[in-house]
Design a protein around this ligand. Structure first.
Ligand SMILES: [Zn+2]
Length: 59
């Protein structure tokens, strides 16, 4: 997992935790599978952007 600083967030992402958008400029967390057996490109596609709060309370 990799923390994204507010200045580094320039796109709108969909948070899988709450289903709401993460607006540009909002600090959030990026996660992805590190054990990708389908290759690096697939790992990139598997990235997920979470609100910090949603990542913390995820099931
Ligand atoms: Zn969220």
């Amino acid at each position: 997992m990799q923390p994204i600083s507010p200045t580094g967030a320039v796109k709108v992402y969909l948070c899988p935790g709450c289903g709401l958008e993460i607006a540009p400029g909002v600090a959030h967390t990026v996660t992805w599978r590190a054990d990708g057996i389908l290759g690096e490109a697939d790992d990139l596609a598997a990235r997920r952007h979470w609100h910090l709060h949603c990542w913390k309370i995820r099931p």
